[in-house]
Design a protein around this ligand. Structure first.
Ligand code: HEM
Length: 460
């Protein structure tokens, strides 16, 4: 096969391409490089080589469990400090991954998630009540309140534990620690280890955030052991079930790591998705009106029920389009199991190389979505168009064996919460000229987005 060099920006001695990274907003640095270098480029980050893939074709090629495995490298490797061999950060050959995967998949399938509807509604109603009581003049930080919803929902549904985030004035302490911890995980992965060792203050803060979160998870586990309950939730599954294949259960240590995994993986991404969706709906009033019409028609003024969710195709299309334009888990890493070529022999990659699937960029591949790929059009996802997309053109939940275990959970939660908000309120920007800005820890969220919510029956 013919063989061409993977392009690389000019590198400096020792540090390589570190200066091209954007510490505040990593996806922005990567997106700029994609504009310049195209479908693929290589970065040297302190001697660690990362190959970045920017098109549907390349993303599809490496979405293949027989030839590539998930790469637990860079910032994900730093996150292991708290979640270790828990589901999200485990390496494929760690036995606890397979055991937890087999035990927990059934606890998060569509049927199991349906039974969580009432708990989801409980938390959702706390948000609706808050916005209603504060009234139409109150300035709302939607990311803040939607983080409360997502965090409390995952804790109540999977651990029967009330974090009561709506009763704290500031950001819930767990969410605050986590944001700081995850942001630092990314920066650590770009710092020389000698420099890292000298940053004692930063390291102490990172460790104390980690300890705070681990203490929360340990407390949840210990309280359950002291006061067992009957409910078949995630925590009881981890405590009492045995792996059908090996007969093994999970140790307390592994349970804590997986509780942390679910608290982390289970809320940032969903709350980001709901925040982006809020932005796109306010920015596009005709889309908002169409969605409100659908919701009013299906619900007839009644609260959302489980069976309503499948009757709202426009809602589904809006969620899909939000996840296309703003996939809140913006990238993932894979490694080839053997030396291989990509793009029909064009690019050689070694076994174990770090390949970064840039979901944020390739979800806007103009070859797939056309010249208006950067624009928000839920119509792209309607009337069979979604089903007819080229393979892996839309991949916000990752791929294959290491794909998202929480997808049905997130889908149901986001559908319920967003349908309920849009049913009850007219939303507007506090600053009518606001345009989307981004902030990033491990996941991406809108920055400085402030809104008002006017109960619809009071609207002029
Ligand atoms: C894995 C996205 C919600 C739990 C993943 C991956 C992605 C993702 C892209 C693969 C990561 C990789 O390849 O490195 C999302 C998005 C969500 C969401 C966009 C919301 C919109 C959730 C929720 C939960 C969850 C609600 C928990 C209930 C997990 C876990 C894994 C995972 C445990 C690791 C699975 C494994 O490796 O075995 N998610 N996720 N996620 N997600 Fe989600």
């Amino acid at each position: 096969p013919f063989h061409s060099q993977i392009p690389q920006p000019p590198a400096l001695p020792f540090i390589g391409n570190v200066t091209y990274l954007d510490r505040e907003l990593p996806i922005q640095g990567f997106a700029l490089l994609a504009q310049q270098y195209g479908e693929i480029y290589l970065l040297d980050i302190l001697g660690r080589k990362v190959i970045v893939l920017n098109t549907q074709e390349l993303a599809n090629e490496v979405s293949n469990d027989a030839k590539f495995r998930k790469g637990v490298i860079g910032s994900l490797d730093e996150v292991r400090y708290i979640s270790g061999d828990g589901l999200f950060t485990a390496r494929e050959d760690e036995p606890n991954w397979a055991i937890a995967h087999r035990l927990l998949m059934p606890a998060f399938n569509t049927m199991a998630v349906r039974d969580m509807m009432e708990d989801m509604r409980d938390i959702c109603s706390q948000l609706l009540l808050k916005w209603e009581r504060f009234g139409p003049d109150h300035v709302i930080d939607p990311s803040d309140d939607l983080t409360r919803v997502a965090l409390d929902t995952i804790a109540l549904c999977s651990m029967s534990y009330r974090l009561n985030s709506f009763y704290t004035e500031n950001q819930p302490p767990f969410a605050a620690s986590m944001t700081e911890f995850l942001r630092e995980c990314y920066i650590r992965s770009t710092r020389p280890s000698l420099v890292q060792a000298l940053m004692t203050g930063t390291n102490a803060k990172w460790e104390s955030d980690a300890k705070f979160m681990t203490d929360v998870a340990t407390r949840i586990l210990n309280e359950r052991k002291e006061k067992p309950i009957e409910k078949k939730d995630l925590l009881n599954t981890m405590l009492y079930s045995k792996d059908p294949k090996t007969g093994q259960g999970l140790s307390d240590d592994t349970i804590v790591k997986n509780l942390l995994t679910f608290l982390i993986a289970g809320h940032e991404t969903s709350s980001g998705l709901m925040s982006f969706m809020t932005y796109y709906l306010i920015k596009n009033p005709e889309i908002m009106r169409k969605l409100q019409n659908e919701i009013d028609e299906v619900l007839g003024g009644q609260p959302v029920q489980y069976q309503d969710l499948s009757k709202m195709p426009y809602l589904t299309a809006v969620i899909r389009e939000t996840l296309r334009l703003s996939p809140t888990a913006p990238m993932r890493m894979v490694q080839p199991l053997e030396d291989t070529y990509l793009a029909n022999g064009k690019y050689f990659v070694k076994a174990g190389a770090s390949l970064l699937v840039n979901t944020w960029v390739y979800h806007k591949d103009p070859k797939i979505w056309g010249e208006d790929a950067q624009e928000f059009h839920p119509e792209r996802m309607l009337n069979g168009k979604f089903e007819a997309l080229p393979p892996q053109a839309w991949q916000p939940f990752g791929f294959g064996i290491r794909g998202c275990i929480g997808r049905p959970f997130a889908w149901q939660e986001v559908s319920l919460v967003m349908a309920s908000i849009v049913q009850k309120f007219d939303l507007s920007f506090v600053d009518p000229t606001y345009n989307l800005e981004l902030k990033q820890a491990l996941t991406v969220k809108p920055k400085d987005l402030f809104i008002r919510a006017t109960p619809r029956n009071q609207a002029p």
